[in-house]
Structures are given as structure tokens and as C-alpha cells.
Write a protein that binds this ligand. Sequence first.
Ligand code: ZN
Length: 181
Amino acid sequence: MLPGDFIGTTEEFRAGIGTYERMGGIYASVTGTVKVNTANRFVSVNPSIGTPPLLRQGDVVVGQVTGLRDTLALVTIAGAKGTTDREISNISPAVIHVSNIKKAYVRNISYEFGIFDIVKARIADIKNMRLDTSEPEMGVMKALCSRCGTAMVLDNSKLKCPECGRVETRKISTDYGTGII
Ligand code: ZN
């Protein structure tokens, strides 16, 4: 069980330690294993001890764009906000679907992300590892010029290569170039 996982309904069980109730459902509030007391129908989650922390829905992560398809960007997660001092155990390839890039319509995904870009994103769906960059702080943190590989600098809401002058567009984070996670 992971935090937020559905255990059962309040008609079947009573919420015990390591759980919470929400709208008739009982959910795990900690990572661990479910125990049911058959006598009083209390359900509880015993926390797992010694396992590395897991990424959770809503976490802010930083990763690198490793592939682009028509409707999604593939991202390899490198770390998560607030977890720099701990190991992350459930790293799997993540995706940013075209509908989760920004609030406005995306005409061409290659105007939003480039291969090797460093992006900051929020985990919108932990089960399918879908990320979202529609918030202003989310998006590209660092981009390399697709012509010469130099780190691009922000120039009037576009990115400009200080080496060769090439201009590219991205879904840019308001923290672009700062390294702030
Ligand atoms: Zn360049």
C-alpha cells in the first residue's frame, strides 16, 4: 500500500492507524501492509520500515527529456524536491503527455521540449508516471542549443544560444537557469 491507495469503504471497515477516511472510502496514509482486525473490523496499515522513500503523486521532480513522440515527452527522473538526501526507490520512466505541458494548446511538442532538456514537473499520476508542467514554475530549467549544444539563455520569453545565435522556444519554467528546484 502506498499513501492514498484505496483500501475499502466505511461500510465494510472502520479506519484505524495508518489510514484516513474520505467520502466513504478508507485510504492508506502511510506506505506499508494492510491488517484487518476481523473482530472489530478496524483496518490499519503497518508502516514498512527501512524501505527508501517512494515518489508520491504531487511530488515535484526534476528529470531529463530523453525522447520526444508526437503526443508525449519521455523523461528520466533524476531527483525529487525535498528528497535530495534520500534514495528514491520507484524511479521508472515518466511521460509528459501533450495535454499536460501547458494550459494553452500545443501545436508541436518540439516547440515545448528538446532532447536533453532538464525539466521540472509535478507528478500528476503516480501509477502511470505522468508528469505535468502547466504551472508557471514547471517546465524547462535548462536547454541546450540543438545546433551547437551550448546552454541557451533566456531572452524575451524565448531561448537564445549565446554561441551561434539560434533562437528556440520551450515551455520555460519561471526558474529557468536558476537551478532552483
Ligand atoms: Zn548554438
